[in-house]
Design a protein around this ligand. Structure first.
Ligand SMILES: Cc1ncc(C[n+]2csc(CCOP(=O)(O)OP(=O)(O)O)c2C)c(N)n1
Length: 222
């Protein structure tokens, strides 16, 4: 979960719900001050919509036209609670209140996600300010490894419907086949290559040395 790769611009995940919003907004401010033309993209679950930090930083980002995209992956459940039981009103209205550009999209549709992100990233890069995107999606598994019996908060049938009817990989594969861009064989090859890439990445992580204890206060400003 807590991976970071600063060489490629991944500033790291953290366990604080909405914590990434503060970090990413700081990064966007840094990019703007340095005139680097970089943008920050911040991913969080819909559980973060209940955190005050998000609203403090969206206010700043709008006022200062910071180059940042706030991407809310709405997988419907804040841990074990449906988001409708925790989140009043329309989630995008919360960003609109700050004068932020918004989009509410099907997060299972790779094409829609790509074109929306491209448009809003270009907009941010050209100094037109932040955007807030809600991507509707689903978490197939539990919130954590111990979340095995999920029947007390959602049905098996609901899980199966998302997997069989709305899986993003199946949808994009179906579209590629339908448009005769790729056949079964080509798709199988892509899948094999990606599986290998992931396995190589996992092995790289397992083989990596633990950080030296002397690094514990590296980059900590106090
Ligand atoms: C500030 C803070 N409060 C509470 C928690 C405990 N907590 C961990 S995950 C979670 C719910 C997050 O919901 P969501 O963002 O929808 O993530 P998902 O359940 O989809 O993984 C909570 C309350 C936390 N990590 N940070």
């Amino acid at each position: 979960m807590h991976i970071a790769d600063q060489d490629t611009g991944n500033l790291g995940a953290n366990a604080i719900v909405a914590g990434s919003a503060g970090i990413a907004t700081g990064a966007a401010m840094s990019a703007k001050m340095r005139g680097s033309k970089q943008i920050a993209v911040c991913f969080f679950g819909e559980g973060a919509l209940g955190q005050g930090l998000l609203y403090e930083v969206m206010n700043m980002a709008s006022l200062w036209k910071l180059p940042i995209l706030y991407v809310c992956e709405n997988n419907q459940y804040n841990e074990y609670t449906h988001y409708r039981e925790t989140t009043a009103g329309d989630p995008v209205a919360r960003a609109q209140a700050f004068g932020i550009e918004t989009a509410s999209i099907d997060g299972q549709d790779v094409g829609v996600v790509y074109s929306t992100m491209l448009r809003l990233a270009e907009r941010a890069r050209h100094g037109e300010g932040p955007a807030f995107i809600i991507c509707d999606t689903y978490r197939y598994h539990g919130h954590h490894v111990g979340d095995i019996n999920r029947s007390y908060y959602r049905s098996k049938q609901e899980e199966e419907e998302w997997k069989s009817k709305r899986d993003p990989l199946k949808l994009v594969a179906g579209r590629l086949k339908g448009q005769k861009i790729a056949d079964e064989k080509a798709l199988a090859k892509i899948e094999k290559e990606i599986r290998l890439e992931i396995e190589t990445g996992v092995q790289f992580a397992l083989d990596a040395p633990y950080p030296d204890p002397s690094e514990v206060d590296l980059h900590v400003y106090a």
